[in-house]
Design a protein around this ligand. Structure first.
Ligand SMILES: Cc1cc2nc3c(=O)[nH]c(=O)nc-3n(C[C@H](O)[C@H](O)[C@H](O)COP(=O)(O)OP(=O)(O)OC[C@H]3O[C@@H](n4cnc5c(N)ncnc54)[C@H](O)[C@@H]3O)c2cc1C
Length: 413
């Protein structure tokens, strides 16, 4: 009898799992369920659409015929509300039940709302879906001034959208630096300067205490905890993700921030797997639980999960994640877990070139490169192979660093 697979989530993790399952099991029944109204699109390109730099068409990855051609049942606009691990079913909002032999949860996250007065007013945007990008584009094109909150990788996309649409703006940050858990003030200043050149002013030691609105409940002003007021008819908020774990309530599937999996992407239930942003997976490189929030990692986890759903133990997830930013004249890349570590080393080479490596127990666990990305392959190799770089921090950040420069590293190459 053919196996039945149900995948919840048609993001890159779920869709790549469907593709792999079909390749591995030509006769299986495969259903993919999503609460969105459109099939897989390129989430990392929706910012280019909102900037006005790309039309809609190239952002879509699959149309419905992609699923038909592979005999995959696609259920759009369908929110899964319940999972019954014992009965092997999931239930949708309209009461439809889907039976499975194996289930994949690739359900990602939802932007965190700012818990302040009027944060649901008209003109205040969060950013995760293509529909969000359409709403943002439509609004920012007619906006006069903007405020962005959230000094991380998604916040900077919102700031870059306001800049590309030539809307003057303020970027309110806690602390004194953009992404202060991964960059020092010296490194972040390169980003701050690039924002200023684009008429987006970073405001430090700030945030939002409350928003003021007009008689139509449209945002007019952000007021920060210092009492400073910033007029804005467009506000973008990116303060993090809440992972979509609410459907696990009432089950004994183990989760905390995300769903716990082993290195084969399996949960504590033999027939339930998880992939993508939603997982807190056993990271073989870190030797600990970890969570990635990157496209390449989610794609790989979907593929690996599918292989292990067919044949458990066949392939493990061992991956150094990367995330690049392309808004500025210089390139930017973060890799691994740049906010972790018990030690770090950094160096600045010019006004647009800087590097920082995060180190834990003598091994590289992540980093940020600005300006020159060429050493990334070497650093990722050292990280993947868990090479002990204790006592050689300064060698690592030599501008033209080569693996041979490391004592003892030659043996590892
Ligand atoms: C604006 C933006 C820019 C980004 N830029 C980059 C970048 O430059 N580089 C990079 O590496 N990463 C980037 N990312 C992050 C990257 O897009 C994510 O890491 C990746 O898309 C995660 O894929 P996923 O399949 O795990 O989750 P998602 O893409 O979030 O997909 C999960 C899907 O499951 C659906 N779902 C959830 N719960 C249910 C339910 N109960 N029932 C039915 N459906 C459900 C959701 O609606 C969603 O469609 C960016 C993200 C955004 C939003």
């Amino acid at each position: 009898m053919s196996q039945s697979y149900v995948i919840v989530g048609d993001g890159i993790a779920g869709a790549s799992a469907a593709e792999t399952l079909r390749e591995e099991e030509p006769d299986a029944d495969i259903t993919i369920i999503t609460d969105e109204g459109e099939p897989l699109y390129n989430r990392i390109l929706i910012k280019e659409f909102a900037k006005g730099k790309l039309p809609e068409a190239p952002i879509s990855i699959h149309d419905e015929s992609w699923y038909d051609d592979r005999d995959v049942d696609l259920e759009l606009n369908t929110l899964v509300t319940d999972i019954d691990p014992e009965g092997h079913t999931v239930t949708a909002h309209d009461g439809t039940e889907y039976d499975y032999d194996k289930l994949l949860l690739a359900i990602g996250g939802t932007p965190t709302q700012l818990p302040v007065e009027n944060s649901d007013a008209e003109g205040i945007h969060h950013f995760w879906t293509f529909q969000d990008a359409r709403d943002i584009k439509e609004h920012i094109e007619g906006a006069d001034n903007s405020v962005v909150i959230g000094a991380g990788l998604l916040g900077i996309d919102l700031a870059a959208i306001t800049a590309a649409q030539e809307v003057e703006g303020k970027y309110l940050m806690r602390g004194k630096a953009w992404w202060r858990y991964a960059l020092s003030e010296e490194g972040a200043e390169i980003i701050h300067e690039a924002l200023r050149e684009r008429n987006v002013e970073p405001v430090f030691d700030s945030g939002v205490d409350y928003f003021e609105v007009d008689e139509n409940d449209r945002v007019t002003t952000a007021v920060d905890p210092n009492g400073d007021r910033y007029d804005a008819d467009f506000v973008g908020i990116a303060i993090g993700l809440n992972f979509n774990t609410e459907i696990l309530g009432g089950t004994d599937i183990e989760y905390d921030n995300g769903i716990y999996t082993d290195e084969f992407m399996r949960t504590n239930h033999d027939d339930i797997f998880a992939a993508g942003d939603i997982t807190e997976f056993h990271d073989l490189i870190l030797g600990d639980r970890a969570q990635n929030g990157a496209w390449g990692s989610a794609k790989e986890q979907g593929t690996i999960a599918a292989k292990n759903m067919v044949d458990y133990g066949s392939e493990e997830f061992r991956w150094v994640s990367s995330y690049s930013i392309t808004h500025f004249d210089f390139p930017f890349l973060s890799f691994g877990h740049p906010t972790l570590g018990d030690d770090h080393v950094e160096a600045k080479y010019s006004d647009t070139e800087w590097r920082r490596l995060a180190i834990k127990d003598g091994k590289i666990v992540g980093g940020v490169l600005i300006g020159d990305l060429s050493p990334q392959t070497k650093y990722k190799k050292l990280m993947r192979e868990q090479v002990d770089v204790s006592g050689q921090k300064e060698v690592l950040v030599k501008q033209d660093f080569q693996l041979d420069d490391l004592e003892g590293a030659a043996a590892e190459q």
